[in-house]
Design a protein around this ligand. Sequence first.
Ligand code: GLA
Length: 393
Amino acid sequence: MRTLASFSCALLLCSVSAFGQNGLAAKPPMGWNSWNHFAGHVTDADVRSAADELVSTGMRDAGYVYVNVDDTWQGERDAQGVLHTNSRFPDMKALGDYIHSKGLKFGIYSSPGAKTCGGYAGSLGHEAQDAKMYASWGVDFLKYDLCSFQDNMNQAKAEHPNDPNAAKDLMIAAYRKMGDALKATGRPILYSLCQYGVDQPWKWGPGLGANMWRTTDDIDDSYGRMIAIGFSQAGLSKYAAPGHWNDPDMLEVGNGKMTEDEYKTHMSLWVILAAPLLAGNDLSKMSDSDKSILMNKDAIAIDQDSLGKQGDRLYESGDLDVWTKPLSGGRVAVGLFNRSWSVREVSVDLAAIGFRNGGNVRDVWEQKDMGQRKGVVTETLPKHGAALLIVSK
Ligand code: GLA
């Protein structure tokens, strides 16, 4: 009996780590989120049109299925504690139905604090009630953003000056509470932690059912911020696995303040990182270049590869960086990056990444096979540019 019990337990633990506790996010989640473009002005109509555009542009069929309403949808709580929407979102259930009717999934946003980052009502003290309401609306994804809960943490720190973990324990308990509330609804709801990497959520997130967790503070549509976040992910690869992923924040591709080469660098880094791919642009105004970056099939396949391994830095030399990501079938994705302000050559030695006898090389952005190569492969990259290669035997 003892042997049997510990065997089942081992099996249970195995299934938790392989698929996540709710069976979701076997691959890094893909979709669209309202924040990076619409921020606090988002409306029901914007979200419906994003759902339409996901279908008409081919984004849905490329894998972008979550339609996530970020902060600022909330109104006031009534005497029963029920949170109502504000006038920009007249009927969340109808919005969810519309999104589902397009073959897409519906995401929403809240905070463990009394207030969200935008100053709207958070879920503090109403976790189970809110989770049930989301489930009744058909919600498939919750982003849970720390925001004003940092005040509660500061208070815990002040009240327990000798306990170095007081704030951290309180925060983890708050995230566990909503995780449990989501589970109790019986509806599989993808759980996305957003607390900017405070206290290493990659270490405790999986234990409370998180499917992804932000690793850093917010991205913005600038090359400097994007690479600061992207290249700071070195060393985190061991914490990502099917069911739960590191999240270096949403995509800025198409928002207009980076060059095409810089957006290719952004997408190259994010797919090497097996990051959730949540587009954050106005889908009704995508240029051909935005589409070709966001919908490059090989790039998406690197992100979504069935091996489920995050990539990591191979080496860094001044402004040049080489990152690799192991792929299924013994293949390897290679990201070559030029962070300098001039054209530079960046190389990778195939022998150093497991291809002593050479391999077939495909250039993802050029969409062309470079044929059988051996030894050092060199790419000439424009300033802030990247090459993305897939090497196979
Ligand atoms: C925080 C999050 C952002 C966004 C805003 C909304 O800054 O990190 O992604 O959700 O809040 O207020």
